[in-house]
Write a protein that binds this ligand. Sequence first.
Ligand SMILES: NC(=O)c1ccc[n+]([C@@H]2O[C@H](COP(=O)([O-])OP(=O)(O)OC[C@H]3O[C@@H](n4cnc5c(N)ncnc54)[C@H](OP(=O)(O)O)[C@@H]3O)[C@@H](O)[C@H]2O)c1
Length: 388
Amino acid sequence: MAAGPRRIAIAGSTGSIGTQALDVVRTSPSGLEVVALGAFSSVDLLVDQAREFRPPVVALADSSRAAELRERVPEGTEVRAGPEALASLAETGAETVLNAVVGFAGLGVTIRTLELGKRLALANKESLIAGAPVVQRARRTPGAEILPVDSEHCAIHQCLRAAGSAASVRRIVLTASGGPFRGRKAEDLREVTISEALAHPTWSMGPKITIDSSTLMNKGLEVLEANELFGVGIDSIEVVVHPQSIVHSMVEFSDGATIAQLSHPDMRLPISYCLMYPDRGEHPYGAMDWAAVSSLEFEPPDLHTFGCLPLAFEAARVGGAAPAWLNAANEVAVAAFLAGGIGWSQIADVVAEALAVFEPVELRSIEDVLEADARARVVAEEALTRLS
Ligand SMILES: NC(=O)c1ccc[n+]([C@@H]2O[C@H](COP(=O)([O-])OP(=O)(O)OC[C@H]3O[C@@H](n4cnc5c(N)ncnc54)[C@H](OP(=O)(O)O)[C@@H]3O)[C@@H](O)[C@H]2O)c1
């Protein structure tokens, strides 16, 4: 065990991952110390968190509410505000920064943490996917390290660690619950409502990732994430549907052996793994109750009904800025679906239309990534107008 508590910062502390991370801290008060918290605009919850955990620094991306935050946090708390405020949480005493921001907005936190040579507990897969070449360069900073919070990638991290080497990996198999529409056909899904798409069978998550799970775009983003994290090549990454969400992913080795990680679905386990690494947390989140498991099922994904998944493989094969385009178009389409502007099946149509006119550019800097993201959003908005 480390000498003192591990000092952590949480960007996106008011969301689903952020609040679960604070639950992990509650069960391990001597193992973890919160030195910074940050959110977009949820002042009430951030104030409650600041009063409970007493971090020296809190941050709010939406500066219009900073004055209110300053008035309500405990005396002596430093308040940072504005577009750079969350990324600046890496510039505190934190050893590990948990990036629990949703969407492309998490890019700054990812880059700044890695450039400072710190450990990044990464829930925000979108930043790694969209900014891949720039993030990979930052990841080579001495001391920098990414630990994946996504349960599938955390499972793979654990499988590789158990094996002791990544040298003889034959394939990585990402499991997918299949979401609320598993087994349904494209024709049945044209009229689904927002609340049906938000009703995930096994995980309770924020709205954006829940919609991504219903379209299997979340699995597509995870394929891209695995491609960046583990470097085995896109043709060595597969997806299998596993409705029970107990096998969180697996690695097959050259001799045919497969190592998997199993637990009942509870995001606090991968969060705890990343925050306590290289030690193990002491609370058994999601520990298996074997008497309660009657079967573990596996089936291939339906690539026709869930068109977002093959689009993600396509973006991975094109490489460069294509994953950034896929991610941006998806964010535009999901926001439009949640606002009632398009139907569920049109999410994949918007992404496909954007990728069809993809403009290749080299991503050498954050500015290049921001430009590619902005351009893809314009193209996706045009596709939206045509479709709606
Ligand atoms: N939820 C899960 O179980 C789960 C599992 C695996 C991976 N992930 C990944 O974890 C990330 C977070 O997901 P989530 O489900 O926790 O999302 P969420 O519940 O929607 O929370 C998002 C967090 O990000 C903040 N935020 C939103 N927009 C922002 C912006 N423009 N700039 C800065 N901060 C912003 C929010 O602050 P406010 O509250 O102030 O808006 C909130 O703290 C995503 O990348 C997701 O794919 C989530």
